[in-house]
Design a protein around this ligand. Structure first.
Ligand SMILES: [Zn+2]
Length: 469
C-alpha cells in the first residue's frame, strides 16, 4: 500500500459511524453440580446442598486477534490453584496466551465450595466424603473453565465493539456502624457505594452477540438457604440473554466487598435485582457508546500485601483451646508453624489491567475489594475511562481500606479467619494497591481538569425507600 492510500485508510477507519471490527467470541457452559457437594459463603450451613433454584454457568468472552479472555464463573471464589491449573492446560493446548486470561468469580454464596478457597468455612466441620466431593467438583469445574475459555477463543468473528457506563442502584453499604463501632450487617444509608455500571457490547450486523457488564455488589440476595443458585449476577445474565436472543452476557463484580443488595433475603429479590441490572444494561446499550477498535494490551504486576504483625506460637496455643472457628483456625496456624516454621507475613496479590488504547482501562483485582478503592481510584484517575473488577484471578479474602481497617468488624478482622490468614492487613495495603494500579494504567488515565466529578458514590435520597426492607 502506498502512502496516500495508508492515510486514506487511517481517515476512513477513524470516521464516525464506520466502526472498525474486532474479533470477538463467546461461550457458556453449565457448571451446576450434578452430585452432592457443600456450598460456601456462609459459615453456619450444615451438610451438602438440598436443591437447585437455578443453574450455575461459566460464561466467557474473548476479545482481539491475540485474544484477551474473561471467564465469569458462578462461584463464591475461584482460588489461585484452580486458575493456575487452567492456565497450565491452556498453555499446553496452545489455544491462546494464558497470561491474557482472567477468571472472575461472581461471588454467589449458593455455589459449591472449591478446594483452596476460604478453607476455614468447612475445615473441621466436614467429613472425608464431603471433602472428596469438593475435590471432585473442583477438578470438574477446572476442566469446564478451560473448555469455555477455549470455546470463546474459537468462536471469534469480527464484531463492532463498544462500551459505555450506566447506573444501577440496588447496592447499599452493609457495614452497620454505631458510634464508630462495627455492629454487624445492615443497610448503612450514608456510607459509600459505587452505583456506576460499566458495560461492553459486541454486535454483528447490528445484532448483540456479547454483553459484559460490571457492578459493585455482593451476590448475597438469595439468603443462606442450602440451595444452588447464581444470585443476582446470574439472573442478570439470564435476563440480558433473554432481552437479546443469541447473545451471551458476562457479569463481573466491582469493589463491592462492603456493599450488599438492598433489600435482601430470598430468590425473588435476586431475580428482581438481576432484572434491574438488565434494565440498566439495556439503557446503556442504546448508546451513544465509545467504539473500541482493537483488543486490549494486557499489563500486570504481582505485589505482596503486608499483614499486621503476626502473633507467635504462645498465642495460637492459647487460642487452640477455644471452640468454633477461632479454635479450628488456631489449630491450623499451629499445624502451619510445625510444617513451615513460620506463618505468612504477606498475601501475594496479582493485579492485571486491560488497556484499550486511551479509550478504556479495565482493572482486575483479586479478592473482595472494599468500595473505598473504587472511590479512591475513580477519584484520582479518569473514571469516565475506568472499569474495576474485584474477585479476579484469586479470592484471597477481603481487601480493606485504611478506613475499614481502622473501623474493624467482619470484613477486616473476622473474615481473615475463614480465609486462613494469621491476622488482619497492615494499613499500608491501600497505598500499595492504589499506586500499583495507577502505575499499570499510566499517566494517560489520570483525571484531567475536564473530568467530571463522580456522582455515583452515594445512594440518592429518593431511592432509599425502595432499598429499605
Ligand atoms: Zn463476600
Amino acid at each position: 500500500m502506498n502512502r496516500p492510500l495508508l492515510i486514506a485508510a487511517a481517515i476512513l477507519s477513524a470516521a464516525p459511524g464506520l466502526a472498525v471490527e474486532v474479533p470477538v467470541g463467546v461461550a457458556r457452559v453449565d457448571v451446576t453440580p450434578t452430585h452432592p457437594v457443600v456450598l460456601t459463603g456462609y459459615g453456619h450451613r450444615v451438610g451438602e446442598f438440598q436443591g437447585v433454584d437455578a443453574p450455575l454457568w461459566a460464561r466467557a468472552m474473548a476479545i482481539g486477534d491475540d485474544p484477551a479472555v474473561i471467564v465469569a464463573v458462578d462461584n463464591c471464589g475461584v482460588p489461585t490453584p484452580v486458575v493456575a491449573e487452567v492456565r497450565r492446560r491452556v498453555a499446553e493446548s496452545k489455544a491462546f496466551d494464558p497470561s491474557r486470561l482472567v477468571v472472575a468469580s461472581t461471588h454467589t454464596h449458593n455455589a459449591p465450595q472449591l478446594a483452596g478457597y476460604a478453607p476455614l468455612i468447612w475445615e473441621g466441620r466436614d467429613t472425608p466424603e464431603q471433602r472428596q466431593h469438593v475435590a471432585d467438583y473442583t477438578a470438574w469445574l477446572t476442566g469446564k473453565i478451560v473448555e469455555v475459555a477455549t470455546a470463546a477463543v474459537r468462536d471469534r468473528k469480527p464484531a463492532e465493539l463498544s462500551w459505555g457506563q450506566g447506573r444501577a442502584t440496588f447496592g447499599g453499604n452493609r457495614r452497620l456502624m454505631i458510634d464508630g463501632v462495627w455492629k454487624g450487617f445492615a443497610f448503612q444509608e450514608k456510607a459509600p457505594v459505587d452505583h456506576s455500571m460499566p458495560a461492553m457490547f459486541a454486535r454483528r450486523d447490528g445484532k448483540l452477540v456479547a454483553v459484559w457488564a460490571n457492578y459493585a455488589c455482593h451476590c448475597t440476595s438469595a439468603g443462606s438457604e442450602n440451595r444452588v443458585g447464581p444470585d443476582w449476577a446470574g439472573f442478570a445474565a439470564e435476563e440480558i440473554e433473554r432481552d437479546a436472543p443469541g447473545a451471551t452476557a458476562v457479569i463481573t463484580i466491582g469493589c463491592g466487598a462492603d456493599v450488599g443488595p438492598q433489600p435482601t433475603g430470598n430468590v425473588g429479590l435476586s431475580r428482581r435485582h438481576g432484572r434491574a441490572l438488565a434494565d440498566a444494561v439495556a439503557a446503556v446499550a442504546k448508546g451513544p457508546n465509545v467504539p473500541l477498535s482493537a483488543g486490549p494490551e494486557v499489563v500486570q504486576a504481582t505485589i505482596e500485601l503486608p499483614l499486621a504483625s503476626v502473633p507467635g506460637r504462645e498465642h495460637w496455643e492459647k487460642e487452640a483451646k477455644r471452640e468454633g472457628f477461632e479454635g479450628r483456625h488456631a489449630r491450623r496456624m499451629l499445624a502451619q508453624l510445625d510444617r513451615d516454621g513460620k506463618l505468612p507475613a504477606a498475601v501475594p496479590y496479582p493485579i492485571a489491567a486491560w488497556r484499550f488504547g486511551g479509550d478504556l482501562a479495565i482493572v482486575f483485582l483479586p479478592g473482595e475489594v472494599t468500595v473505598d478503592y473504587a472511590v479512591r481510584l475513580k477519584g484520582e484517575m479518569d473514571w469516565t475511562r475506568l472499569w474495576i473488577n474485584g474477585w479476579s484471578n484469586d479470592v484471597p479474602g477481603y481487601i480493606p481500606s485504611k478506613r475499614v481497617l481502622a473501623e474493624g468488624g467482619y470484613e477486616p478482622d473476622f473474615s481473615q479467619i475463614y480465609y486462613g490468614w494469621p491476622t488482619h492487613y497492615s494499613p499500608d495495603v491501600e497505598d500499595l494497591l492504589v499506586s500499583t494500579v495507577e502505575s499499570l494504567l499510566g499517566d494517560g488515565f489520570r483525571k484531567t481538569a475536564d473530568t467530571p466529578a463522580p456522582d455515583f458514590f452515594a445512594v440518592p435520597e429518593a431511592l432509599l425507600p425502595s432499598m429499605r426492607k
